[in-house]
Write a protein that binds this ligand. Structure first.
Ligand code: AR6
Length: 164
């Protein structure tokens, strides 16, 4: 699998699946979650309610339709909330490994990832980058491209440097 980076908006990525940094309630929110629900339209929330009646645990992944997004599926993950004291790094790395497992179940070959937990959940940026790049590289998968979408130029530079 190739690990790549682009700067931009994850809702505009023409890939098989986009990953959402959700919360365990799985009913939408701010940040990338808000952007995905806005761009995907109400079908995304309807499918969240149908498939995740009890939400989703931290570190886990599950999928819904992508609604109006230029992708087939949204793979939702719930990162640890560093700001609230969830500091177990394995909860962050398992988001990436579990997202790739779900992508394999779906047959997705290109998957766009945000930097999970690096925004509202406050995970230190450099370690969020390391967790993303290193875990994607270490996970065995049929996915051909894992595209990390950086929201800012500074984040893009950090991810590029880690990819090398
Ligand atoms: N495209 C790409 N990256 C984005 C976009 C976008 N449209 N919007 C934000 N980012 P965050 P978290 C970047 O806060 O930290 C929500 O309320 C952002 O700059 O979206 O996991 C959920 O419902 C950062 O680098 O997710 C949860 O309650 C990264 O995406 C909570 O926030 C992740 O930032 C999850 O917090």
């Amino acid at each position: 699998m190739r690990v790549t980076v682009v700067q931009g908006d994850i809702t505009e990525q023409p890939v098989d699946a986009v990953v959402n940094a959700a919360n365990s309630a799985m009913r939408g929110g701010g940040g990338v979650d808000g952007a995905i629900h806005r761009a995907g339209g109400p079908a995304v929330l309807e499918d969240c309610i149908a498939r995740f009646p009890h939400g989703l645990a931290t570190g886990e992944a599950g999928w819904t339709t992508a609604g109006n997004l230029p992708a087939r599926w949204v793979i939702h993950v719930v990162g640890p909330n560093h700001r609230a004291g969830q500091r177990d790094r394995s909860l962050l790395t398992s988001c990436y490994a579990n997202a790739l497992r779900v992508a394999d179940e779906l047959g997705a070959r290109s998957v766009a990832f945000p930097l999970v937990s690096a925004g509202i959940y406050g995970w230190p940026l450099e370690d969020a980058v390391a967790a993303a790049v290193d875990t994607l590289r270490e996970t065995l998968t049929e996915v051909e491209e894992a595209r990390i979408v950086a929201f800012s130029p500074a984040t893009y530079e950090l991810i590029s440097a880690r990819i090398g």
